[in-house]
Design a protein around this ligand. Structure first.
Ligand SMILES: [Zn+2]
Length: 653
């Protein structure tokens, strides 16, 4: 799963105060004291803002607000990153406690009537487009949050928001903590690449430990011949937090439903779609129905090809199961496309991939990126600075490898929001890749996450510090999904994909990778449809009396080609159910936008710097200063539709 912006869901504000750089290695007491201090400062600042006696103009109200909120968010983003990555448990704990309080302050903002009143006094006349957009954005945001309700109701809303934030934190934390592991005899790993076995040596009793971390599981489910082992690991992964999270999730659903009802909606899904491009529950239902239709035939065909391979191994097997899919897909690619993933991965050593992604960004966006020896939070973290025409425009970090207590997915974390002439944006990629050879799919994930990062950095160059926070949620994955295309491009790969002998990846091999690329797409999309429907339907109802296990069974039977696996609770570690709420459809929606954006690059050249410049200036840099649909229209010269994506899926691509 590629995720990205849980931060944007909950907090996603910006920064601005460049004066005080926060250390990554503060003692626990300092974290707690500093947290209390920045929360107090922000609250006082907002009181001062609403007490202004001056005329309410964009500069007096919104410019000041932008400064306050970005300063506050800088600190909060920092603690949020530490909560997910710091090597010391006590620091993670203190940072977690702090971010819970910080999120509460942010959600309280939406209920701040005096602030709303002050902001409402600001007129739009004469304001440039981006500033007018900001004024309207906040007005709408306040209204959607129930600012028009009486004081008692507003207090009730506030209490619910605080509870939701706390429950959501618990849900995520349970998933982070739920790292399962098994010990297996080395012989059972037959088929798995050598470098994996070297990195996972057997103990004195000949047993190898495999955890539920992606970097541990992925090679085994893809290569191990032992079907039972693949099943065991898949089920262990699907059952992470299965004991702890069902009750937490029910509680989250109940509170969100209650909140939606108070705000006058039929359910939480309806409320959750406010401010999105998709807008209404009807549009999401229609969109997913189209996708489901589109993949029906292609997914049946793909599944038949997998079953054939399975029966070549064991003639008695009547059906493919989800734990067979990566393994069998690999065989199909090998037999039908002469593509050996083990050979492919020899060209994707982590260090070279990282440098290749950096090089691509430099070429495409006319920037230069230099390693920095600035402070980091762990020895393995890599720090960089970005320059444009010799001027520093941002910083970023790669925290790429798994370690105990660290966030287990791949995600971009904003760390500091940027504002032209005042502050430089900064962000981190938190990922869980092996230190040596990577799967091509992991390279794609790396570039995907880097797409979020570069979006964050380029959006942090305009005059509104918190602009990216104003972006529609369901646009957020488009720039990242689009960037994935470059890992299929020979010109790009030839810059960095070399094996241990220094030989460049052969053109023929990349050609075969592309020929095999779309195999499995329909099944993957079926999987996406399953999760999209799961999240959407879960919130598009009254959760009272809901049996989560039965609900999962029902959704999986309707959407997944592999149905429901008895005894699993995949929802317990479906982390998007907190941060994305009902909006898992975002991936497919964004995918349809990415398809449109890409159409111009495909026409003008993937490495065409003029096209990349337009893309950066018209879309990335303007994020949150204009409706996303208009930004896309500016870039394409026409309106965007989801048709191209749907048609592509129906062709089995
Ligand atoms: Zn993403």
């Amino acid at each position: 799963m590629k995720l990205s912006k849980i931060i944007v869901a909950g907090l996603s504000f910006c920064s601005l105060n460049a004066s005080a750089e926060i250390s990554f290695n503060r003692p626990v007491e300092e974290i707690t004291t500093s947290c209390a201090a920045y929360i107090e400062t922000f609250n006082k600042n907002i009181v001062a803002l609403v007490g202004q006696k001056s005329e309410a103009t964009y500069d007096t109200v919104f410019e000041t607000f932008d400064n306050y909120i970005t300063e506050f968010a800088d600190s909060l983003l920092h603690d949020n990153l530490m909560k997910n990555t710091h090597p010391e448990e006590a620091v993670r704990k203190a940072s977690t406690d702090c971010t819970v309080k910080g999120f509460e302050v942010l959600s309280a903002l939406n209920a701040n009537r005096p602030l709303y009143d002050r902001m409402s006094q600001v007129g739009l006349k004469g304001l440039p487009e981006a500033k007018a957009f900001t004024v309207n954005h906040w007005k709408q945001r306040f209204q959607e949050s129930g600012i028009g309700k009486d004081q008692t109701t507003r207090a009730q809303i506030q209490t619910l928001n605080d509870e939701i934030s706390q429950i959501g934190t618990e849900f995520n934390q349970n998933i982070t903590d739920a790292v399962g592991s098994i010990q297996v005899k080395k012989e059972r790993l037959a088929g798995v690449p050598e470098d994996y076995l070297t990195a996972h040596p057997a103990n004195g009793e000949g047993l190898v430990t495999i955890t539920t971390a992606y970097s541990d599981i992925t090679p085994v489910t893809k290569y191990a011949h032992d079907r039972e082992l693949r099943k065991q690991l898949t089920l262990m992964s699907m059952n992470r937090a299965a004991k702890e999270n069902p009750v937490v999730l029910l509680n989250l659903l109940a509170k969100r439903y209650e909140l939606a009802k108070i705000l006058g909606h039929n359910n939480f899904a309806e409320k959750n779609l406010l401010g999105t491009m998709a807008k209404t529950t009807g549009n999401v239902v229609q969109f997913t129905a189209k996708l489901n239709d589109a993949i029906k035939q292609p997914s049946v065909k793909e599944n038949a090809r997998l079953l054939k391979q399975m029966q070549d191994i064991d003639v008695d097997v009547k059906q493919v199961n989800s734990w067979d899919v990566p393994y069998l897909s690999n065989i199909v690619r090998k037999k039908e496309y002469q593509l050996d993933a083990k050979i492919v991965r020899e060209y994707f050593d982590y260090d070279k991939v990282r440098d290749g992604i950096i090089g691509l960004s430099e070429d495409l966006f006319e920037i230069s990126i230099k390693a920095s020896d600035g402070p980091v939070w762990h020895d393995s973290v890599e720090a960089y600075e970005i320059f444009e025409n010799d001027e520093l425009i941002g910083r970023f970090y790669f925290d790429s490898h798994p370690r105990e207590g660290k966030y287990t997915h791949a995600e971009q974390f904003g760390l500091k929001f940027g504002k032209r002439g005042i502050s430089k944006p900064s962000a981190a990629l938190v990922m869980n890749f092996p230190k040596g050879l990577m799967e091509h799919g992991q390279v794609e994930t790396f570039l995907h996450e880097f797409g979020h990062l570069i979006h964050f950095i380029f959006a942090g160059q305009n005059d509104i510090g918190h602009s990216i926070f104003q972006e529609e949620f369901d646009f957020g994955e488009a720039p990242s999904i689009m960037l994935e295309e470059w890992v299929w491009d020979y010109d790009t790969l030839s810059h960095f994909a070399t094996n241990s002998d220094g030989e460049v990846i052969p053109k023929k091999l990349v050609k075969r990778m592309n020929a095999a690329r779309h195999f499995g797409r329909a099944l993957e999309e079926a999987r996406n449809n399953t999760y999209t429907a799961f999240a959407f339907d879960l919130y598009n109802q009254n959760p009272k009396g809901l049996d989560l296990d039965a609900f999962e069974k029902n959704v999986f039977e309707r959407y997944s080609p592999y149905g429901y696996i008895e005894g699993t609770r995949d929802y317990a570690s479906f982390i998007h159910l907190n941060g994305y709420g009902a909006k898992y459809y975002t991936y497919q929606w964004s995918d349809s936008i990415a398809e449109e954006l890409l159409s111009r690059f495909k026409k003008e050249g993937l490495r065409n710097v003029k096209t990349a410049r337009d893309y950066r200036q018209m879309i990335l840099a303007k994020t949150g200063t204009k409706p996303a649909a208009e930004l896309v229209k500016d870039f394409l010269g026409r309106n965007f539709t989801t048709d191209a994506f749907v048609e592509k899926l129906s062709r089995g691509e």
